[in-house]
Design a protein around this ligand. Structure first.
Ligand SMILES: O=C(O)CCC(=O)C(=O)O
Ligand SMILES: [Fe+2]
Length: 313
C-alpha cells in the first residue's frame, strides 16, 4: 500500500506576477487562477519585503499587544471583526486588532493616536507602507484573475470600490490542559485575504478533499487566500478554503497580519461567468451586508457555508 502524497500549497513568485510579455502573463494568470480554484490559496514570494522589514513589523506588533487591555479595547468598529477581539472563553489564546483603511496615513494615524496618545510616528509609517505594499500584491492578483476569466473590463470599477482592513493577531501558547486552537475552522468573509506570520507556525488550510495542510511560509512570502465574496463573485469557481490556527508543540508567541479586502456596495457576479455550463449559483450581494449577517461570536461558527444562505440561488 502506497502513502498518499501530502498535498502542497502552490508557491508563485511575484516576479512572475509582474511579468508583462503577453504569453508569459497569460500563463501566470492561469497559474494564479488554477491555484485559487483548486486550493483557494497560494504562497507568493515577494522580495520587496525583506527579512529586516518583516522583523521590524513583527517587533512593533509585540509592543502593540503589550499595551494594557483597557487601551487595546479602545480599538472599536461598527463592523464585525474590525475592532479588538480577545478574551473569548472558547478561544483563549487569540487577541486581534483592526486598522481600517491602512493604506491611508491619516487612518493609521488615528489608530496610532488611540493606542499611543502621545503619538508613535514610527509605527504609523511602518504599518502604512507595509499595507501599501501588500495592497499592491492584492490588486495585481485580482487583476490577473479577472484577466484569466476574460472579465478585465470590470477591474477598474472594482478597484474604485475596494476597501482594506489590516488585522493584526497574537496567539499565546496554551497552558497545560488548555485548547490548542488559536482560531477555529472558518472561511474568510473577505474578497481576498493576504496573510503573513512571524517565525511561529500554526496556520492550516483544508483541501477540497478534507485534508488539513500546514502552511509553510518560504522567506519573504505571503499567503493569498480567497474569501467567501470571491467565491460568490466567481459564481462558485474560486474556492474559499476553511482554515484554522493550531498552536502545537512550542512555547512561542505567534503573531500574524492579514490584509483583508472588502467591496463597498454591491458585488455583481459578472454575466460572463454565468452560462450553460455554469448556471447561476449566487446573486449579486452587498458585501458589508454580508458582514452584518454576523457578530463577532458567530464569525467563529463551526463549518457552515453562510454565503450560500446569504446570497445563494
Ligand atoms: O493567524 C493567521 O495566520 C490566520 C488568521 C485568520 O484566519 C483570520 O484572522 O481570519
Ligand atoms: Fe481567516
Amino acid at each position: 500500500m502506497g502513502f498518499l502524497e501530502q498535498p502542497k500549497i502552490p508557491v508563485i513568485d511575484m516576479v512572475d506576477i509582474k511579468q508583462c510579455t503577453s504569453s508569459s502573463r497569460a500563463l501566470a494568470c492561469s497559474e494564479v487562477r488554477h491555484a485559487l480554484e483548486e486550493y483557494g490559496c497560494f504562497l507568493v514570494v515577494c522580495d520587496a519585503v525583506t527579512k529586516e522589514v518583516s522583523r521590524e513589523v513583527f517587533d512593533a506588533l509585540e509592543t502593540l499587544f503589550d499595551l494594557p487591555l483597557e487601551t487595546k479595547v479602545k480599538n472599536t468598529s461598527d463592523k464585525a471583526y474590525h475592532g479588538y477581539v480577545g478574551q473569548i472563553p472558547f478561544l483563549p489564546l487569540l487577541e486581534g486588532m483592526g486598522i481600517e483603511h491602512p493604506t491611508s496615513v491619516n487612518a493609521v494615524n488615528s489608530f496610532t493616536n488611540v493606542m499611543w496618545p502621545s503619538g508613535n510616528d514610527n509605527f504609523c509609517k511602518m504599518i502604512q507602507s507595509y499595507a501599501k505594499l501588500v495592497s499592491e500584491i492584492e490588486e495585481a492578483v485580482r487583476k490577473m484573475v479577472f484577466e484569466s476569466y476574460g472579465v478585465q473590463r470590470y477591474h477598474e470599477s472594482y478597484n474604485e470600490s475596494v476597501t482594506y482592513l489590516l488585522r493584526v493577531m497574537k496567539y499565546r501558547p496554551p497552558n497545560g490542559g488548555e485548547t490548542k486552537m488559536g482560531s477555529i475552522s472558518h472561511t474568510d468573509k473577505t474578497f481576498i485575504s493576504i496573510l503573513s506570520q512571524n517565525q511561529v507556525k500554526g496556520l492550516e488550510v483544508k483541501t477540497k478533499d478534507n485534508r488539513w495542510i500546514p502552511v509553510e511560509y518560504p522567506p519573504s512570502s505571503f499567503l493569498v487566500m480567497a474569501g467567501d465574496a470571491f467565491k460568490a463573485w466567481s459564481n462558485d469557481r474560486v474556492h474559499a478554503p476553511y482554515h484554522r490556527v493550531v498552536m502545537e508543540g512550542h512555547e512561542y508567541y505567534r503573531y500574524s497580519i492579514g490584509l483583508f479586502t472588502y467591496h463597498k456596495g454591491i458585488v455583481v457576479v459578472p454575466e460572463e461567468l454565468v452560462d450553460d455550463e455554469h448556471s447561476r449559483k449566487f446573486n449579486s450581494f452587498d458585501h458589508f451586508g454580508y458582514l452584518d449577517f454576523y457578530d463577532n461570536d458567530s464569525l467563529f461558527d463551526q463549518e457552515y457555508c453562510h454565503i450560500k444562505s446569504y446570497c445563494g440561488v
